[in-house]
Design a protein around this ligand. Sequence first.
Ligand SMILES: [Zn+2]
Length: 171
Amino acid sequence: MRFSIATLARAILGPPPKLVCSSATWREGAAELNRRTGGHRESGAFLLGLRQGETRQIVSFLYYDDVDPTCFRHGIVEFDGRKLGQVWRVCQDRGLMVVADIHVHPAGYGQSGSDKANPMIAEAGHIALILPNYATGAPAPGAIGIFEYRGNRQWLDHSRQGRRIFKLSWW
Ligand SMILES: [Zn+2]
């Protein structure tokens, strides 16, 4: 029996990750999210990047409060959907797309009822990340929430397989 290199690689390495990010971009973004919490409220960002096949690469963070300054008025994410047009314009200007979103919780990384009911991008396949402990120490996949929207308020929880789903790399 003959196998293609791609089939062989897939058999050895498993399916490609859904999400990748350079370690430097990740650490910098998580540190900024941590700073923006001030230790007493949530923070968050759209993750802009590129898509190659099934894998999305995070290139930069677009912080919610830079687009909607009142987003954290009540301490939790309440992004004004009317501001999404600005997000699409930034994407268009930079030749990027929204590949995921991220927000920070004070303690654990589980989804709240509000997180489940209000996907930032209500599109099947969209990925929402949650960093615990105000993003202190830039927690990595395996120790963060990774949730994939399936439509109709249903989510897949990939958090436990985090390191297979979301890879940080050195480039
Ligand atoms: Zn939340």
